[in-house]
Design a protein around this ligand. Structure first.
Ligand code: SF4
Length: 141
């Protein structure tokens, strides 16, 4: 049998849980709306910090910087995403090797794990992905 006191206690706990779920849902929705309004999607963030990332597909054929960088990159066996390239057998790097831990990589900003410059791909303005790799990789000391 449920007495009045235990009934009230159960009702209170249920209300707190329900309120928390609604409040959390509202916060998450508000955060998503903010990101959309502020244009902070992951793709846009990357595009903002890595405007000159080497595009091996060469969608914009009139981009001379990219054309030169692609020529360098292809000679080096550069792959944009080393994890995917290993899975498909397109690259055979040492375990854990990527541009981000290569001695020739210069991050575009301290702690930036999206892109940077490569000392080997000597095309001013061209950027390599942090998660890329090429055959000239040498472990950063
Ligand atoms: S030399 Fe290093 S930083 Fe440059 S593309 Fe190759 S792996 Fe990346």
């Amino acid at each position: 049998m449920v007495n009045r006191r235990s009934f009230l206690q159960k009702s209170f706990k249920t209300s707190v849980v329900a309120f928390s779920a609604v409040a959390w849902g509202s916060l998450a929705t508000a955060a998503n709306k903010y990101s959309k309004v502020a244009g902070l999607s992951k793709k846009k963030k990357k595009a903002a910090t890595c405007p000159h990332l080497i595009d091996l597909s060469m969608k914009n054929k009139g981009n001379e910087t990219n054309n030169k960088a692609v020529a360098f990159a292809k000679n080096l066996g550069y792959v944009e995403n080393v994890t995917k390239a290993v899975k498909t057998g397109k690259a055979h790097p040492k375990a854990g090797a990527l541009c981000g831990n290569c001695m020739f990589f210069i991050p575009s900003a301290a702690g930036n794990k999206t892109c940077g410059k490569c000392k080997i791909i000597a095309v001013p303005g061209a950027q390599v992905s942090y998660h890329a790799w090429c055959k000239s990789w040498v472990k950063k000391a």
